[in-house]
Design a protein around this ligand. Structure first.
Ligand code: UD1
Length: 416
């Protein structure tokens, strides 16, 4: 039972509530390590990546209590120890614990982090930047050991923009001695959330939301209660699903403020979008309008995480277009699967030509990573007949219950 069955060809009509953000909750949970006492994190999504992060925190000595989407983390007893290799290996965000643990206990031994197979995803820039803050790193087969007596602030002129590196350096810097500058810093909303959480706890961070973060180290942080915002990528996935199927849906709590490029692109493809006080009303024609070019990039550009769901929508649009992927080199893994469903797509390096068909056909297809898996489910809604998406566990990493949410939106979909 690791699959999803979709009976396609039906317009959507319904509403669903958008879950808390995965990419915001993971660094915030890692950041609790910097705060002695109990932090309360609300609206943490019930997804497997959060489960793994909580397991890692427990393995470090934290006491974790979870009541649905409310998580309490008590970090009084944190000590260095081995983290469970399977949880480190399963998700990229385990690297987030590096900056926080160095600040808290000064020594980290861990395996290289895992995560979706969407490119090389090395951690060279994480390690290189932390070395500038006084950290000694010794790499070993399959992992590394990092040690520091006291983290020191540093001026980081980064060679490229990285979400994870920015987050790790923020975590390392808030309790460090002196001032840290990160430039260019990633500006993703999830980084703004992490900085907002840390500021509430007493951190001194300026430049939030810009590409230059300045962090002055403070001596301690205080426990806080904090609410994770809704997930812009999940909201964008269900928007793309509606574009695939046609129909009218209400996405309650969708964070429209952080979805500008996505809403703009969806609008060009013919989606009618109205921002209401508590969410987004989306109306889509039976077949999306074609669009010339979808180009991914760092925020505020179009997010790479929504490239696959929108490629699914483009594959049933009324004229051809191009997708250009500029963040991860291996994010076209769904192309052969979409082609099994009849899509007309050709890939050349980081570009894909998407022909646009009047309809896809149901098929058995395989999810190979999180967002690609969700995109195949969206494609299944646009297909004639039944689609089975295998490897559901990839999708469970980031979506609380994609079958339930899409059923609420009027889809015929079930676990298989
Ligand atoms: C985060 C998000 C992911 C999103 C991505 C880009 C989380 C948990 N994940 O991933 O969903 O798709 O941002 O918005 O928040 N790189 C290196 N060396 C490094 C670090 C990164 O070469 O040390 C490269 C990566 O291979 C990639 C690029 O930098 O090509 C950007 O990656 P990065 O922004 O770091 O992505 P993540 O933080 O892994």
């Amino acid at each position: 039972m690791d699959a999803i069955r979709i009976y396609g060809g039906k317009c959507l009509d319904g509403q669903t509530k958008i879950q808390g953000s995965k990419n915001a909750s993971l660094p915030v949970l890692a950041a609790t390590l910097l705060i002695k006492g109990t932090c309360e994190i609300e609206n943490c999504p019930e997804i497997s990546d959060v489960y793994h992060m909580l397991r890692l925190l427990e393995s470090l000595g934290c006491k974790v209590i979870r009541e649905g989407t409310l998580v309490r983390v008590n970090t009084e007893q944190v000590s260095e120890c081995d983290m469970p290799a399977d949880s480190v290996g399963v998700m990229r965000s385990s690297i987030m614990l590096l900056g926080a643990l160095l600040a808290r206990v000064g020594r980290v031994e861990m395996d290289y982090p895992g995560g979706c197979v969407i490119g090389a995803r090395p951690i060279d820039l994480h390690l290189q930047s932390l070395r500038k803050m006084g950290v000694t790193v010794r790499e070993r087969e399959g992992g590394f050991l990092a040690c520091v007596c006291r983290l020191k602030g540093a001026v980081h002129k980064l060679p490229f923009i990285s979400v994870g590196v920015t987050e790790n350096l923020v975590l390392a810097a808030v309790l460090a001695e002196g001032t840290t500058v990160i430039e260019p810093a990633a500006r993703e909303p999830e980084i703004q959330t992490l900085c907002g959480f840390l500021k509430l706890a007493g951190a001194d961070i300026t430049g939030i939301g810009s590409d230059r973060l300045v962090i002055r180290g403070v001596s301690r942080l205080e426990p806080v209660s904090f609410r994770i915002p809704a997930d812009r990528i999940v909201a964008g996935t269900y928007l793309a699903a509606c574009m695939c199927a046609g129909g009218r849906v209400f996405l309650q709590d969708a964070p429209e403020r952080h979805m500008e490029s996505v809403l703009c692109f969806a609008g060009q493809m013919g989606a009618g979008i109205t921002c209401e006080p508590d969410g987004l009303m989306v109306t889509c024609r039976a077949r999306p309008k074609g669009c010339d070019r979808l180009v991914t990039g760092c925020y505020p550009a179009f997010p790479t995480d929504l490239q696959s769901p929108f490629m699914a929508a483009m594959s049933v649009s009324d004229r051809p277009g191009w997708v250009e992927e500029n963040v991860f080199e291996n994010r076209f893994r769904i192309v052969p699967e979409l082609m099994k469903m009849g899509a007309d797509i050709a890939v050349c390096r980081n570009r894909a030509y998407v022909g646009g068909r009047s309809r896809l056909r149901g098929a058995v297809v395989q999810a190979e990573e999180l967002r690609g898996g969700a995109a195949l489910v969206a494609a299944g809604l646009a297909a004639q007949g039944t689609t089975i998406v295998t490897n559901r566990h990839y999708i469970d990493r980031g979506y609380e219950d994609i079958t339930l949410s899409l059923r609420e939106l009027g889809a015929e979909i079930e676990l298989a």
